[in-house]
Ligand binder design. Structure first.
Ligand SMILES: Nc1ncnc2c1ncn2[C@@H]1O[C@H](COP(=O)(O)OP(=O)(O)OP(=O)(O)O)[C@@H](O)[C@H]1O
Length: 262
């Protein structure tokens, strides 16, 4: 499903944190949001995912207006999100962590579930099977019954993606999916994101790692001080003078160039 952001904005104390931003993220593509610290990337995610109410603009999923819907209503329309900081339960198994993502769709009653009653029981079995499939998808099936506390950082980042996938989402928002990962872990996250997009899902991510952004993005949107200053394919962005001036700087441009030849 396509995600259309149309002139969205919000101010905090008179400061426009996100100002008249528009772009469309398409199914089967990875759209990356980049920009310097404080550019408005996370605020944009918060607007799109129903955490903040926009003061201007619209959000549409496949042409249907979903502006202002709360997170759970957006989840029912196929949107899932991960956060910048890890949100896992360390003492719980990988499988149970992913199963916490199932509750968005579940109608089961906790008491009935505890008593082991039929429909609730079947619902839980279904959730467990979906969670296991999501773990397999993320290359974590072997760790399903291990506590999250035993997993490496890269595995935890993929665990969070698995938890978003288990909702059956068609639009996936990932806030810095490779932050804190080493080069090998970043590649594993890359591969997973690629595979998810190849399945036809719409992936939107925020990422600071320019090598990763240039490698995996079909489309890049650049924010600076709340405004969109450029958008296009990796090659357009790499060579855009506004982007080089406002964001990449000499160091970032060299990194992006190196990524192009990696
Ligand atoms: N809840 C809030 N109240 C007040 N100001 C806020 C709030 N959330 C964000 N801001 C401000 O909005 C601006 C954009 O912040 P945001 O966190 O979206 O940037 P970012 O691009 O995600 O930065 P980073 O790369 O550091 O995560 C900043 O000036 C920030 O201080």
């Amino acid at each position: 499903m396509s995600l259309e952001i149309d002139g969205i904005g919000i101010s905090f104390g008179g400061i426009k944190a996100v100002d008249d931003v528009s772009f469309t993220a398409k199914p089967g593509e990875v759209t990356s949001i980049i920009g310097p610290n404080g550019a408005g990337k996370t605020t944009l995610f918060n607007l799109v995912s129903g955490v903040y109410a926009a003061s201007a603009g619209r959000v549409r999923i496949d042409g249907k207006d979903v502006t202002g819907l709360p997170a759970h209503a957006l989840a029912r329309r196929g949107m899932a999100r991960t956060f910048q900081n890890l949100q896992v339960f360390p003492q719980m198994s990988a499988l149970d962590n992913v199963m916490t993502g199932c509750h968005m769709q579940e109608k089961s009653n906790l008491l009935a579930d505890l008593l082991g009653l039929g429909p609730a029981r079947r619902e839980t079995d279904r959730s467990r099977a979906s969670a296991m499939a999501a773990l397999e998808r993320a290359g974590l099936a072997e760790l399903a019954h291990r506590p999250a506390s035993e997993m490496s950082y890269g595995q935890l980042k993929r665990l969070e993606i698995a938890r978003a996938l288990v909702t059956g989402c068609t639009i996936l928002l990932l806030d810095e999916p490779a932050a804190g990962c080493n080069a090998v872990e970043t590649r594993e996250v890359d591969d997973l994101i690629h595979a998810i997009a190849d399945e036809g899902k719409t992936v939107v991510l925020i990422e600071h790692d320019m090598r990763m952004v240039m490698r995996i993005s079909s489309h890049i949107v650049v924010l600076d001080q709340g405004r969109k200053i450029a958008e296009g394919g990796p090659e357009d962005i790499r060579t855009d003078p506004h982007v080089i001036a406002a964001y990449l700087g000499a160091h970032g441009a060299a990194e992006a160039e190196a990524a192009a030849h990696a």
